[in-house]
Design a protein around this ligand. Structure first.
Ligand SMILES: [Ca+2]
Length: 329
């Protein structure tokens, strides 16, 4: 009897595991129900989903429990034999509509200092504001587009690794990677005005932008956090990002422009256009060609820098020697 039950349990877990694995590509959408194959359901009394800190016995993909993108869950199965079994699974939730490839044309190239390990890029007027990373080399600089010599430089203290930056009125906000804090500078002089702690839930500081109301930050996950400007430790709301057929994580440099959020992804030659209301990716720019040209001799020289010059996008990367101006078609 024991052996039979043991074998049945092994088979049940195996069936559940292969079903869940087979569904990773297909994914689910909000409102759909997870329907397990009949051979699984035949041996099951109840099945519930645990997310670690919360649990539901409803198998509908409900936004109260699931987020867009990948969800790491554990299925808790009570068998008809009265035993409890656990099976870990990745449940992918996709956006309602598929993202489209956005056509573009590169219409201009400008110099970019290849010493700059770019982590944040923004343009205002004819001026580029750039945050550069690496310990011992971290800095905030400003220079005229077309020049690569900065007209102003603020170096970071030893031990600080700078990340994304954004303009908020007459100030600049800048994140750090692992120092758990950010800095506020005077936009004209780049003089340091204040420090803040970014929210505890953000494991690291990556990208930063501003939508006219809130700071918007990434932390290297699939999540984007909207922070209060006056107190950036406070999260106003957050979104998870996914496309119609693909999950994305490691969201990095950000730019908010005309109602949409643009993000590039760590070690990928693409820029996503995201609906900032719900996290759905609506379009994707493929910058494989310029990324390959710039990444040739060092794989860490990745695309990481999005700014807007009017309605044209500016793209650069870590240690790239150029900034590209992109007209969106
Ligand atoms: Ca940016």
């Amino acid at each position: 009897m024991f052996l039979v039950s043991c074998n049945e349990n092994t088979k049940l877990i195996h069936d559940l595991e292969s079903y869940n694995a087979s569904m990773e590509q297909t994914g689910y959408h909000f409102g759909e129900k997870i329907s397990f194959p009949i051979e699984v359901m035949n041996s099951v009394k109840t099945i519930s989903v645990s997310f670690g800190n919360k649990k539901t016995s409803n198998l509908v993909i409900d936004p109260r429990f699931f987020t867009l993108g990948d969800n790491m869950v554990t299925f808790i199965i009570k068998t008809k034999n009265g035993e409890t079994l656990n099976q870990d699974a990745k449940i992918n939730v996709f956006a309602k509509n598929s993202e489209r490839d956005i056509p573009y044309k590169i219409i201009a190239e400008y110099p970019h200092n290849p010493k700059n390990f770019t982590q944040g890029l923004q343009m205002e007027g004819n001026m580029i504001y750039e945050s550069d990373g690496l310990e011992g080399f971290s800095q905030l600089i400003k220079y005229t587009l077309g020049e690569s010599t900065p007209i102003m430089v603020t170096k970071q203290a030893q031990g600080v690794f700078s990340e994304g930056c954004t303009i908020v009125g007459d100030q600049i906000y800048q994140l750090t990677w692992k120092n758990k804090k950010g800095f506020i500078y005077n936009k004209d002089s780049l003089a340091l005005l204040a420090e803040f702690n970014y929210p505890e839930v953000m494991e690291e500081g990556w990208g930063l932008t501003y939508d006219g109301r809130n700071l918007i930050a990434s932390d290297g996950s699939k999540n984007i956090y909207f922070l209060e400007v006056k107190n950036p430790t406070k999260i106003i709301r957050s979104i998870s990002v996914a496309g119609g057929y693909e999950v994305y994580d490691k969201l990095n440099e950000l730019e908010y422009h005309e109602g949409y959020l643009y993000a590039n992804i760590w070690h990928k030659p693409i820029v996503l256009k995201i609906n900032p209301v719900n996290g759905e990716v609506i379009g994707k720019f493929d910058f494989t060609k310029i990324t390959n040209e710039n990444t040739k001799e060092n794989g860490e020289k990745i695309l990481n820098g999005i700014a807007f010059k009017g309605n044209n996008m500016l793209i650069t990367g870590k240690n790239w020697s150029k900034i590209y101006e992109v007209i969106i078609e």
